[in-house]
Design a protein around this ligand. Structure first.
Ligand SMILES: Nc1ncnc2c1ncn2[C@@H]1O[C@H](COP(=O)(O)OP(=O)(O)OP(=O)(O)O)[C@@H](O)[C@H]1O
Ligand SMILES: [Mg+2]
Length: 319
């Protein structure tokens, strides 16, 4: 409402305001565009938007089933989404990776990748009231469980010849309440149990690699990943290698243990990271040291996978 209009009385002001509101509503109704569509999927509302892409909540118009639609403008020359779908295709059948439902261009000219709708990301979950109520001991339990699931998921991705390179809370989806129930009920500790199943998303920075030949890979010219969760080797622009993802997983577990934050803005701040991983407790530090060392087996003839497997085992035993 304009600040320049003077009303004779409060009632008159309210009446005029109501009229203004209803005419505005009518205008909005008239102006409202129909939802965008790609194949049989309707894009309903934007869930998140980054510099290159936006993710929508969507639905299958026939079944009403919920989907997540990652979109990119068709005039975006970088083509990150095209790269992402290639990574999804390469990882088809990996349990911690969604099987895409559709890829194509929407009526409104957005490149779209349609994925099943998953649980909230760890970043979103960290803002959940249920998370805020957890005791320190429960938070540590949850951090251990998330870490065990995350390193197992990453090892499976690595075994298919792909590195994620952007492991961070926003890119990990998990039903943390189901995961906690699984932690506390020993009767259901079967590792094939699907409760709280973790999914890795956002393969925009993922890259193929050849096992055992990582050190011969190309050095990137700048950091690839997110400064607060990237490995120290990634900050140093080392050739991409599996242990870098594992190191990032340690920072994600510290994020969970601290109830939704890490005490730094960049892991390039080595002294701060070192102190915080130690303050995170014996378990945190032990996993971090194991993750940092998990690639050192690559000097052995056969050995780069051994380090990861040992870390996965260690993490599983710690739950
Ligand atoms: N399949 C999905 N199910 C549920 N939520 C999803 C799904 N895909 C994406 N999201 C939500 O959208 C957010 C952004 O998705 P994604 O990371 O793929 O896009 P992005 O543009 O690369 O984001 P950013 O640049 O912030 O990493 C995720 O953090 C998550 O909250
Ligand atoms: Mg992301």
């Amino acid at each position: 409402m304009s600040g320049y209009v003077r009303f004779a009385s409060r009632e008159q002001a309210e009446e005029e305001e109501e009229e203004e509101d209803s005419s505005q509503e009518e205008e909005e109704e008239e102006e409202q565009e129909p939802d965008d569509m790609v194949d049989k999927y309707r894009l309903i509302e934007e869930l998140s938007s980054g510099s290159f892409s936006a993710v929508f909540r969507g639905e299958n118009v026939r079944t009403g089933g919920a989907v997540a639609v990652k979109t990119e403008r068709i005039d975006n020359d970088l083509g990150l989404l095209r790269h992402e779908i290639q990574m999804y295709m390469r990882l088809r059948g990996t349990p911690s990776i969604f099987l895409p439902k559709w890829y194509g261009v929407s009526r409104n000219q957005l490149r779209c990748l349609v994925l099943p709708m998953g649980a909230p990301s760890l970043k979103v979950a960290a803002q959940d009231a249920a998370m805020a109520r957890l005791s320190a001991a429960n938070r540590e339990d949850l951090a251990r469980r998330v870490f065990a699931e995350l390193v197992a998921a990453l090892a499976a991705v690595h075994a298919r010849g792909v590195l994620h390179r952007d492991v961070k809370p926003a890119n990990v989806l998990v039903d943390f309440i189901a995961l906690m129930q699984q932690t506390s009920s020993n009767s259901n500790s079967n590792s094939n149990s699907n409760r709280g199943a973790l999914k890795l998303i956002d393969l925009g920075l993922a890259t193929p690699f050849t096992k055992g030949l990582e050190s011969l890979g190309r050095r990137p010219s700048a950091l690839i990943g997110s400064p607060a969760y990237a490995s120290m080797a990634a900050h140093a622009c080392a050739p991409p290698a599996p242990e870098q993802d594992m190191e990032s997983a340690c920072y994600v577990s510290l994020f969970m243990q601290r109830g939704g934050n890490v005490p730094w803005t960049t892991t390039g701040d080595v002294g701060v990271v070192d102190a915080a991983m130690a303050a995170g407790g014996e378990w945190q530090r032990a996993m971090w040291v194991a993750a940092l060392g998990s690639g050192t087996g690559s000097g052995d003839d056969e050995g780069s996978g051994l380090g990861s497997d040992a870390l996965v085992q260690l993490a599983r035993e710690s739950v």
